[in-house]
Design a protein around this ligand. Structure first.
Ligand code: ZN
Length: 291
């Protein structure tokens, strides 16, 4: 493992009501109150608390992670990763964190192309273990991003959330002044052909406007880019697409998918760069409630 290239951003203890800075000591991270976390063999740190572990099943399974690894090997995410690197580049110097990073393909590219400090965070230990083995120069932690992020206030230049949760106030808390949030949201025609084939319909759901509205008290949109590709998938690729979007486990859809030999499928993501609004989140909320 290439330890000297791996720069860990300042982590915070995940024990409830502690949140003290974590300091690295050889093979563990510890806070001043004596809470400590081992560094796993593959190099990641597990910051889950016992009450988080109950939700471990909610994290991606080994089967789901393997499907995502195979899809990545087909290069179907190349265009979106290229675009992401360009959007992150201006604010990467102060460190990049990806929330809900899965097996870490986006952060791996960002770290490799931009040479910045990079931290990936996901609930799935399966996904983080794969990421840590693939990209040891980035830092990887298992944590529950639905709770408080285990990062210090104003410590990060860019926060990315593509498949992860979109918790505006937590993202705002950890972003340094002038930092940026980069969100990814499936476009309305994402996987439309596959949905039509296995569900019998492909309802266009406009999700990006809803996501932007949900963070609008805290962040304003700076730039928006749609990345759209339409690769041809064989049967194995289609099965992996279904697995990666959790539909593969549903029997009826899996049966319909097995009848497919080949299909062109649109993969479309809206990438949105957002900046924190100037006023504090609290006063923005108060204003929107009083109006
Ligand atoms: Zn602690």
């Amino acid at each position: 493992m290439n330890q000297d290239r791996c720069q860990w951003p300042p982590l915070a203890c995940s024990v409830r009501d502690c949140f003290a800075p974590l300091v690295r000591r050889e093979r563990l991270f510890a806070c001043e109150r004596g809470h400590s976390y081992d560094v796993a063999k593959s190099g990641y740190v597990n910051l889950l608390q016992p009450n988080d572990r109950r939700s471990l099943a909610a994290g991606d399974s080994a089967e789901h992670v393997a499907a995502r690894v195979r899809l990545h090997a087909r290069g179907v995410d190349l265009a979106v990763l290229d675009a992401l690197v360009e959007l992150v580049r201006p604010h990467a110097a102060r460190g990049v964190v990806e929330v809900g990073c899965g097996p870490g393909f986006a952060l791996e590219r960002v770290e490799r192309d931009l040479g910045c400090s990079a931290l990936g965070l996901d609930l799935s230990a399966h996904a983080i273990d794969v990421a840590a083995k693939r990209a040891p120069r980035a830092a990887w932690i298992v944590a529950n991003a639905d709770r408080r992020l285990p990062l210090l206030d104003a410590s990060v230049g860019t926060v990315i959330s593509i498949t992860g949760p979109k918790h505006a106030t937590e993202f705002r808390r950890v972003l340094a002044d002038g930092g940026r949030l980069v969100l990814g949201v499936p476009a309305s025609d994402d996987q439309a052909e596959l949905r039509a084939a296995v569900l019998g319909r492909a309802d266009a759901t406009e999700r990006v406007e809803r996501v932007l509205a949900s963070v609008a008290d805290v962040f304003e949109l700076v730039e928006r880019r749609t990345v759209r590709v339409r690769p041809t998938f064989d049967a194995a690729g289609l099965a992996d697409l279904l697995l990666a979007t959790y539909r593969g486990g549903r029997t009826r859809e899996a049966e319909r998918a097995r009848e497919l030999v080949e299909l062109d499928v649109t993969l479309a993501v809206e990438l949105c760069v957002l900046a924190p609004r100037q006023a504090s989140a609290g006063s923005q909320l108060a204003r929107s409630r009083s109006s």
